[in-house]
Ligand binder design. Structure first.
Ligand code: CO
Length: 134
């Protein structure tokens, strides 16, 4: 059911420094920073030939990545995003297998303007998983 790896997300405290590492040290193409208030994050996307890296910084007081950064002050891998053709079909299949969708269980609009959901890490080998309909 899942398709390509769309991106690996890395949470950071200093988005400018992280962007410079990917742009200058690693020589990658990086996007401008974008605020996503609905998700409580600011994002920069690093374009790689086969996938993307999403650099995430907390936005606002109740950012869902704040606690992660308190536990991981140097930053760290936060989630993996897999592509799906139909997010409603994917949600129905996963919940029928006992997997939990975070939040109200309904898709939100993600960083690429497409529907996304996040899945409980305890149901996926300790990894927070994002599904994006492409
Ligand atoms: Co993501």
């Amino acid at each position: 059911m899942i398709g390509k790896l769309n991106h690996v997300a890395i949470a950071v405290n200093d988005l400018e420094a992280a962007t410079a590492i990917y742009r200058d040290t690693l020589g990658a193409v990086v996007s401008d920073a974008t605020n996503l208030p609905e998700h409580g994050v600011t994002t920069v996307f690093v374009e790689l030939p086969n996938t993307k890296i999403e650099l995430l910084k907390p936005l606002g007081k109740d950012s869902p990545i704040q606690r992660f950064l308190e536990k991981n002050p140097a930053g760290g891998i936060h989630h993996l995003c897999y592509e799906v053709d139909d997010i409603d079909v994917a949600i129905a299949k996963m919940t029928s297998h006992g997997a939990r969708v975070l939040g109200d269980g309904k898709p939100k609009t993600g960083a690429h303007g497409k529907p996304v959901v996040f899945l409980h890490p305890k149901d996926f080998c300790g990894t927070l998983v994002e599904l994006e309909q492409v």
